[in-house]
Design a protein around this ligand. Structure first.
Ligand code: ADP
Ligand code: MG
Length: 400
């Protein structure tokens, strides 16, 4: 009897999970960087999808909990974080559009999650060049084997996986992969893949038609391009003004798969976005360029929030055109597209104000997911009810 009920509950629970919409929100907490053993994190606890923050007096002393699809604690590895992203890579190859964001204040770990290949990039590049030469430790499609458990971020892992799956499917589907890399700074789009050698390869139908679209055949090519993009991005930065934290950067992957027998073609696209720092800038303290940057960032991040809420409400008019960022992502937000937001927070007390507003923003996005599922009942309380029922049944079973 009990087992049947348990099974039934599990089925119901899975159904509720399936009803969820296409926006998932994961929270990641950066470790403390000081390395002090007496460090006191503002994070009180992490339990599956729930994170609880200790709020200091200034924010109403006590604690506040936030719910997400998952929370990754400070000791989570790059591989663990990527594991949940994997199904999305498969979706791209199945012809879906996918969008993966990193959101959070400057210094909270966005670039670490997405593009960390760059921090040990030159080391990696040396190994790659060497392996290319030896052609032994290197597997053409997936990258150097011995580096798979290191610090590379989502961008690198996503492309590596993509090539891996494409290779597995090659007898039935032939894939063609090309990438774009752009930066949006003060509402201006800059192509990060320009060189003398790469010809501007514009095609109709892409959202940034003027940005170079470069064909890539393997991880060799991808690494070359990541290096080029990184170099070009650094050009705009000065010592005083870390431009990378005030601009959005986006790696876009276009995939075309041709069915070997029927000749039918499917298209998928994936945007991997490292957003500008979400911190609010104290208007009394900034002027000139800094103020202009802050206004542009605020504008584009709130435009993103508006698009997401509008999608959730099933509005006929979705305000994609209010910012360059949402324009770029238009085809990959809403509809059949799948969206994942990594929300980053710092564990330090001096960042708690920003941490709380980041979590509030993210929570708003996370609840949108239930709205987008088009169910006319409160699924979050359903899940809670079912969890309670399961707990009760487990307790009853334990007593037997
Ligand atoms: P953001 O891009 O949000 O400004 P970064 O990714 O540059 O932040 O991270 C700030 C610093 O913290 C960097 O030195 C980075 O290497 C480090 N860092 C961030 N997240 C982690 C993590 N999960 N583990 C170890 N170091 C991290
Ligand atoms: Mg960054």
């Amino acid at each position: 009897g009990y087992h049947r009920v348990l099974e039934e509950n599990r089925k119901l629970y899975n159904q509720v999970q399936d009803l969820k919409g296409n926006i998932r929100v994961y929270c990641r907490v950066r470790p403390s960087l000081g390395g002090r053993s007496d460090f006191k994190s503002v994070v009180d606890s992490i339990e599956e999808g729930t994170i609880t923050i200790n709020t200091p007096a200034k924010y109403g002393k006590g604690s506040r909990s936030f719910n997400f699809n998952k929370v990754f604690g400070p000791s989570s590895t790059q591989a663990e974080v990527f594991a949940d992203t994997r199904p999305l890579i498969r979706s791209v190859l199945d012809g879906y559009n996918v969008c993966i964001f990193a959101y959070g204040q400057t210094g909270s770990g966005k670039t670490h999650t997405m593009v960390n290949i760059l921090s040990d990039f030159y080391k990696l590049y040396k190994i790659v060049s060497h392996a290319k030469y030896l052609d032994k430790t290197w597997t053409k499609h997936t990258g150097p084997k011995d580096l798979t458990e290191t610090s590379q971020g989502v961008n690198y892992r996503a492309l590596s996986d993509l090539f891996f799956i494409a290779e597995q499917r090659k007898d039935t589907l032939q894939y063609d992969v090309s990438v774009q890399m752009i930066e949006i700074y003060n509402e201006q789009v800059r192509d990060l893949l320009v060189t003398e050698e790469i010809r501007n390869n514009s095609q109709n139908g892409f959202n940034v038609p003027d940005a170079s679209l470069v064909h890539v055949a393997s991880m060799y090519d991808v690494i070359d391009l990541m290096k080029l993009g990184h170099k070009n991005r650094a050009v705009g930065a000065t010592a005083l003004n870390d431009r990378s934290s005030r601009s959005h950067s986006c790696l876009t992957v276009h995939v075309q798969g041709r069915d070997v027998t029927s000749g039918a073609v499917l298209r998928g696209c994936m945007h991997l976005v490292d957003l500008a720092g979400s911190e609010r800038v104290d208007k009394s303290e900034v002027a000139g360029d800094r103020l202009k940057e802050a206004q542009h960032i605020n504008k584009s991040l709130s435009a993103l929030g508006d698009v997401i809420s509008s999608l959730a409400q099933k509005n006929v008019h979705v305000p994609y055109r209010n910012s360059k960022l949402t324009q770029l992502l238009q085809d990959s937000l809403g509809g059949q597209a799948k969206t994942l937001m990594f929300v980053h927070i710092s564990p330090e007390l001096n960042a708690v104000g920003e941490t709380l507003s980041t979590l509030k923003f993210a929570e708003r996005v996370a609840t949108v997911e239930l709205g987008a599922a088009q169910v006319h009942k409160d699924t979050s309380s359903d899940v809670k009810d079912l969890k309670e029922q399961i707990a009760n049944l487990k307790a009853a079973l334990a007593k037997k």
